[in-house]
Design a binder for this molecule. Sequence first.
Ligand SMILES: [Zn+2]
Length: 241
Amino acid sequence: MSHLPAILETVLSGTVAASAAALTYAVRVPSCAWLAPSVHRGPGSRRSIALTFDDGPSESTPALLEILDRNRAPATFFQIGANVRRLPQVAREVASAGHEIGNHTDTHPMLALKSPSSIYGELAAAQDAVEHATSLRPRYFRAPYGVRWFGLRQAQRRLSLHGVMWSTIALDWKRQTPDVVSRLIGGAVPGAILCLHDGRVLNHRPDIGATLQAVRELLPKLMELGFHFEKVTDILCPTKN
Ligand SMILES: [Zn+2]
């Protein structure tokens, strides 16, 4: 009996550690959908790749649109509501170039520890901002920092949004171009969803030079490897030709 408290303590601390590990997995791991339904890659039935760009629109987005246009590469942009209100014309340019627009919250908060109503408010405000600027309502949502939290599942359901994570993240906000390109080439598999950034959170006039140069170099390389590019909506469809 005298050992019971010590044993209990060991068991309990093991349980707490296991629970913390499980929570970290649920919150951060792109392939995990415990806290809200999400996908992190397409079925891979075609040699296609989804290019996705987060944190825009920014003043540098039009330069990216030019590169995508030159390579006839459709992409998906997970835009921040506040940036859309700041640059509605750029959001419209993205839409009218035929790219898909997704929801990346209104102000890019870390959703962990936020209340369900605050999470819903972030998603709903971004839906409204994108719709107001482009007349389109996003169907897909990407969580800032890839962090999901309790209440996100219900918010996504109320707004008919489906979560989209990534199969490879470029780290283009902090790595040099050659590193970004080699990471993304390494992640180039049928159905891959690659995550880059055409903005830098809420920064005005962000320097996205590393991203632009990486995309310039990446697209021809991927095409040489036999890949083509699809929007998120298309890459998730197993039967599209
Ligand atoms: Zn982001």
